[in-house]
Design a protein. Structure first.
Length: 113
């Protein structure tokens, strides 16, 4: 039978340690969230433009994912789908990957102790 391990680390401690261990991912995530919040609250667009669209004047499959994510924050699922339907594939896959990576990181921390 599997033994249940009591978690000694709080969510915020895990969040901080994960961010310290994965600096690049934390910086990109922080930039992404801050730029979305600035766009929502102040209507200022500070996001990096799509290089594919800039050079070739054609939208790539990822164009509109940030706008679509912003629509999801407003709970506008139809608007998110119209902006870029790929959000309903990318978002669950991203959540799955990050959750799996955090759980792996947490197990690694618990095994160190």
């Amino acid at each position: 039978m599997r033994k249940v391990i009591q978690s000694k680390i709080s969510f915020w401690q895990l969040f901080v340690k994960y961010g310290q261990s994965h600096k690049l991912m934390a910086l990109v995530g922080a930039y992404f969230l801050i730029s979305i919040l600035i766009k929502i609250y102040f209507a200022i667009d500070v996001q990096i433009p799509c290089l594919w669209k800039t050079f070739f004047h054609v939208e790539c499959p990822g164009c509109g994912l940030t706008r679509s994510f912003t629509q999801l924050l407003y709970l506008d699922f139809v608007g998110a789908f119209k902006t870029n339907p790929l959000i309903f594939v990318v978002m669950p896959a991203g959540i799955f990957y990050i959750s799996k990576d955090i759980l792996k990181f947490k197990r690694k921390l618990e095994n160190k102790d």
